[in-house]
Design a protein around this ligand. Structure first.
Ligand code: DLZ
Ligand code: SF4
Length: 508
């Protein structure tokens, strides 16, 4: 009897395990655009359009390769609006002896699919997702031997395991990590190449045309849709990054310039995370650029670390710690997300620029997410649930497996240090050093207190004071308390008052 093989929206890879051993004449593949997935959190319009277009293009590839496939479009009147509903419709119409699916990327979806065996009275085979370079089981083994889970050691293990940037006697260049060389502030007159843009074809235009009917109340802009939507286009996007931007990616990795949303970053996370690109092809392309002398080691190592190290590490943490990880709130932060995360209506120019770019592109780069949008959420004590949902909604690359550990672990320290060794809290001077946002801001970054002072400055100290018990024992933070303790009484009082006034003004 045939199998029903389900391919989820972020499983768009020809090598997907759910396709292994497929009987092309008899098995049926199901792909479906469903409201349940597009709106359980109200994803950014561009994210949905990207994913639906990529799904439709992948469907064409599979059909060309002889697979029997059922694809339910969102506006199909018979659309059952959920993954389970669509599976049920197929099971009603055809006979199958089992369901086959590749392990989903979200715990929520895994629990749902695990319930189908009983619900549909059919075996459900959940196969490993071998598009990742470290399985959850291997990660667990690696983690078991350690008191602390730190990306750096996991990354070294992965470099050795896959022989990436390795010489027989150790890491290429003699060091594992060149991050210290990757912190150049922006400078005037940088020549930043325009990123690759694909032109929407008929399939993409069909998707764009249904968006208003279904997702008008979702965040984000649809105009200027230029993302790659096929494997071939994603490969061009990757090679244009390798050729044009990788050489300077390392140096300016942390730099932010007003009006430059893309900088020297790769912007391939959305392709990697839905399967249009595979991690090893990105790693190999970067390593080759280094071998051919086209890009320096600090850039190549930094890029590879993101994919071979960080991306695999956060996924490992996710599957190791879920479901409890989603409820962590180490600082008991409970302030609701201010409206300006959606509207960009704030006088803090750094936040305004980062939200505007996020709204336009469903993208912001790492340091905008971490040190502006994330740092503010951390020091203002925003609720981890709200912040996690925001990040999941607004970024085209975000699925819970990658978003949650990054936000709860790295950005908010809501896991109390499972993932990071200290919270990435900073005042305005860090943003001023790494960007030109402050020059056109209504607030003065050099002012520490008063109505014109940069809010990051007093919020930073207030965050430390509020969480003293939890943070003072941390050797990497402890010294900041000595600085605080040396401040005069008036200064300490001003920090508290400014914080109180400001937080009141942003609370919805
Ligand atoms: C994110 C997303 C969206 C917007 N839409 C769909 C969809 O219509 N159909 C689908 O199969 N998957 C979609 N996804 C991805 C899933 O919600 C979910 O995040 C991943 O499959 C988990 O790995
Ligand atoms: Fe952001 Fe403060 Fe700089 Fe304004 S002064 S842009 S609020 S860091």
């Amino acid at each position: 009897m045939p199998a029903l093989r389900i391919i989820l929206g972020d499983q768009l890879s020809p090598s997907l395990t759910a396709l292994d051993g497929c009987d092309k004449d008899n098995d049926l593949i199901l792909m479906c655009e469903v409201q349940g997935e597009a709106s359980y959190v109200k994803h950014h319009k561009k994210k949905i359009a990207f994913l639906f277009s990529a799904m439709r293009h992948f469907k064409e590839t599979l059909v060309e390769n002889g697979y029997r496939l059922r694809y339910t479009k969102l506006d199909d009147p018979l659309n059952a609006r959920s993954l389970a509903g669509e599976a049920a419709r197929c099971l009603d119409e055809f006979s199958f002896d089992r369901i086959v699916v590749t392990h989903p990327g979200e715990f929520r979806v895994l629990v749902e699919i695990q319930s189908w065996e009983e619900k549909f009275a059919l075996p459900v085979e959940i196969r490993a997702d071998n598009r990742f370079l470290c399985s959850p089981e291997e990660f667990e083994q690696w983690a078991e031997q350690r008191k602390q889970l730190r990306m750096e050691y996991f990354y070294r293990h992965m470099r050795q395991r896959y022989s990436v940037l390795m010489n027989p006697d150790g890491p290429v260049g003699g060091k594992w990590n060149y991050d210290a060389e990757n912190r150049k502030p922006p400078k005037e007159g940088l020549d930043i190449p325009r990123p690759y843009q694909s032109q929407p074809d008929d399939i993409t235009n069909d998707v764009l045309n249904i968006m208003a009917d279904f997702f008008d109340d979702h965040f984000g802009e649809l105009e200027g849709f230029h993302y790659a939507v096929t494997h071939a286009q994603a490969k061009v996007a990757l090679s244009s990054f390798i050729d044009q931007r990788l050489p300077q990616f390392g140096d300016y990795q942390d730099a932010m310039i007003e009006g430059e949303a893309w900088m020297f970053h790769a912007h391939i996370g959305l392709y990697l995370n839905c399967g249009l690109l595979l991690p090893m092809e990105c790693i190999e392309a970067a390593e080759k650029a280094y071998d051919q002398g086209k890009a320096p080691l600090n850039a190549v190592e930094g890029f590879i670390r993101q994919i071979l190290g960080w991306r695999e590490f956060v996924r490992g943490i996710y599957w190791l710690k879920m479901p409890d990880y989603a409820d962590q709130n180490y600082f008991d932060a409970n302030r609701p997300l201010p409206d300006f995360y959606w509207t960009a209506e704030t006088q803090m120019n750094c936040l305004r620029q980062c939200v505007l770019e996020t709204k336009a592109n469903a993208y912001a780069h790492h340091i905008q997410r971490l040190m502006v949008l994330g740092n503010f959420a951390l020091i203002a004590g925003l609720s981890p649930k709200d912040v996690n949902e925001w990040f999941l909604v607004v970024y085209a690359d975000a699925y819970e497996w990658v978003e949650l550990p990054n936000v709860s672990g790295m950005v908010l320290f809501a896991d109390g240090g499972i993932l990071a060794s200290k919270p990435y809290a900073a005042g305005g001077s860090y943003i001023n050093k790494m960007s030109n946002y402050c020059t056109s801001c209504r607030y003065k970054v050099a002012k520490k207190n008063g109505p014109d002072a940069c809010p990051f400055n007093y919020l930073y100290w207030d965050f430390l004071v509020r969480n003293r018990e939890k943070l003072a024992p941390n050797p990497r933070i402890g010294m900041m308390y000595r600085t605080y303790d040396r401040m005069g009484k008036d200064k300490k009082q001003a920090i508290g008052e400014d914080t109180h006034r400001f937080l009141k003004s942003i609370t919805p």
